[in-house]
Design a protein around this ligand. Structure first.
Ligand SMILES: Nc1ncnc2c1ncn2[C@@H]1O[C@H](COP(=O)(O)OP(=O)(O)OP(=O)(O)O)[C@@H](O)[C@H]1O
Length: 271
């Protein structure tokens, strides 16, 4: 391959985080949530952000979502600086944040308001498609309070997917669910990701969850929040959270996490 064609072959990253720093003022002083963090995420990549509490994972997700602005550095989406929220980057949180006064269908229809140019009938078809994708077509007229925690998160997932964003930002979406429900959702999310080919940034404390879902696991360390190490996960998909190979990968990442934790504590003692 000639150098010219090799250069033309470069696919620009979907998301670029460039030297981003972010601090917060609190009663106990200034917290450096992120310190000069850089990260590139390819189109269609599934990236998991892992690290101990307070290392800035959610802060970074919020900056990518456009819910907050960095103090310095910038976030680019398709080469354009992120200056606010947009329907091409949808967020899903640990708490479902569904509207309790609307039924399941109503919640999806609300999110489809972000998609102009569709008739009401077309919106209903799109909503039905996504409810089917998350296995809840039968519950389209159910009230939110009638649903289990897992079902609510499925509706939240369908609602985030409905405007057909190219990027899905997920902040510990399954953390509050029981283990069985979570495992089913790992399977389902992998299927949905394969079918809809989104770029996904997924925040979690759970290393095994990260190894199960991610193409790449990015390890953060706290105070200040920095990227410490990155792991490619090349295991075949769909992945089974209980498999031995997955446990081995998770152990490798956990070892690195503990090593960084111990060394940062040691630094703290010296200082
Ligand atoms: N709005 C805010 N005001 C003050 N401090 C904040 C704010 N948001 C985050 N922080 C602080 O910034 C640091 C990073 O927080 P962040 O929530 O991003 O971490 P995290 O890695 O997502 O933590 P967790 O895993 O516990 O959710 C923490 O020390 C937190 O207390």
């Amino acid at each position: 391959m000639s150098i010219d064609s090799e250069l033309e072959n470069i696919v620009p990253s979907k998301l670029v985080v460039e030297g981003v720093s972010k601090s917060f003022k609190s009663r106990s002083g200034v917290v450096q949530a992120l310190d000069n963090v850089s990260l590139e995420i390819a189109e269609g990549e599934f990236v998991c952000l892992v690290g101990p509490s307070g290392c800035g994972k959610s802060t970074l997700l919020n900056l990518i979502a456009g819910l907050d602005k960095p103090d310095s550095g910038r976030v680019l989406s398709d080469g354009q600086p992120v200056t606010g929220t947009g329907r091409e980057r949808m967020v899903m949180f640990q708490e479902h944040a569904l509207f309790p006064w609307l039924d399941v269908m109503g919640n999806l229809m609300f999110s489809l308001k972000l998609k102009p140019g569709l008739t009401d009938a077309e919106r209903k078809d799109v909503a039905r498609y996504y409810l089917k994708l998350v296995g809840l077509e039968r519950f389209m007229h159910a009230n939110i309070h009638e649903l289990s925690g897992g079902m609510k998160q499925r509706v939240a997932l369908a609602r985030a997917l409905a405007p057909n964003p190219r990027v899905l930002l997920m902040d510990e979406p399954f953390a509050a669910l029981d283990a069985m429900t979570r495992e089913q959702l790992y399977e389902d999310l992998q299927k949905i990701w394969a079918a809809r080919r989104k770029t996904i940034v997924f925040v979690t404390h759970n290393v095994r969850e990260a190894a199960c879902l991610g193409d790449r696991v990015v390890l953060f360390s706290p105070h200040p929040g920095r990227v410490r190490e990155q792991f490619k996960v090349t295991l075949d998909r769909p992945r089974d959270i209980s498999s031995i190979v997955l446990a081995e990968k998770a152990t490798e990442i956990t070892r690195a996490l503990k090593a960084h934790h111990t060394s940062s504590q040691a630094v703290g003692v010296k200082a």
